[in-house]
Design a protein around this ligand. Sequence first.
Ligand SMILES: [Zn+2]
Length: 442
Amino acid sequence: MLRARRFILPVVLLFNLLAAVQSGSASPQPAQSSATSAPGQSFDIKAAVDAYLAKMPPPQRARSDAYFEGGYWLMLWDFLMAVFVLWLMLHFRWSARMRNLAERITRFKPIQTVLYWVQFILVFSILTFPLGMYEGYFREHKYGLLNQNFGQWMRDQVVALAVVLVLGAILMVPLFGLVRRLGKNWWVWGAVLMIVFAAFVSLIAPVYIAPLFNQYKKLEDARIKDPILQMARANGIPAHDVYEFDASRQSNRVSANVSGFAGTMRISLNDNLLKRCTLPEIETTMGHEMGHYVLNHEYKGLVITGVILVIGFAFVNWGISYALTRWGAAWDVRGITDVTVLPLATILFYFYFFITTPINNTVERTMEYEADMYGLNAAQQPDGEANVDMLLGEYRKLDPGPAEEFIFFDHPSGRTRITAAMRWKAEHPESASAEEMTRKIF
Ligand SMILES: [Zn+2]
């Protein structure tokens, strides 16, 4: 999958990197069809979809729904908790004290920004940690989705925090430099800077960040590798290697992803996919990932993110002016060029992304659907696609209502994906696989 979200909140979502890390999000795959009758004129697409959906036993289905629906509320609690903590920093002038300490240590502005950032992110992380621990550790265990003990999980959290510390400092220094130079006109160039930063993070991620959490190695098994590379060549992808990584360290979730940017772009699949899936299922998954690559989703995502960011920064700029005229003195924030403004800017930015969640999800979900279409045509394994879609149903609600899917889903739901696969299969009866249809996947 493509993690569009990764672009979206360079600042706010830096905090959520922690959550992304422990949920080990990667992209889902397509699954196989279920109809027992031969496809063709009489092929009943809906019946075929329902047969696939019925593969998951009802208790497991209920658990998956409860897990995913609980996530809707967690989005709200995460937002409210972050806003509360950030407001505390302003109201009790902790933010001003962090700035004062930084100013006592050095007169050099960029170093002051770094010193402020370190204090800010540590306080924020510590105060939001209890909710993060419930969400990322206890709740994941409750639903059987985490393979780590507390020490292993905590280790990943600390590493993620270190990454956020370093990357955040790399972003904050030029960002506040821009604000000091341009004043209230910072927001357009701020958005440009953010895009450059997102591309930079994307570029270094496969080489310097991902290996901090998982071991990556070249896929050696010729029975898997050869058909994948064959498909890559057929689709004009100059790949010589496919990577596999040990996602089973964190969970049993099946996934694959395209990561990197320009020269570091690569396709990786996780060991759970290799262990739990058949070759047709792996092929259709890889077809989906190749779709992201060939359709240039990474670059298109950056452009769309740029538009979303410009609007968001304009809003943040307006909100800062509005709030500072009222509470600036009480919070001891000297103005927009003062780093002390960061908690306020973060509240506004987070609010913007919170209310535009359905838009951001739809942008991402639309690209995922495109990749599904691509994968179906590249791999020609609609039944394998349906089976993989079902496996993704372990952590994503399979059959939501249309409004629910529009608002909350950053990938198409199981029903949507399997319907696409069965529709494709109805027009390609020769692609039907009895083996995939009858395969027990749960
Ligand atoms: Zn995808």
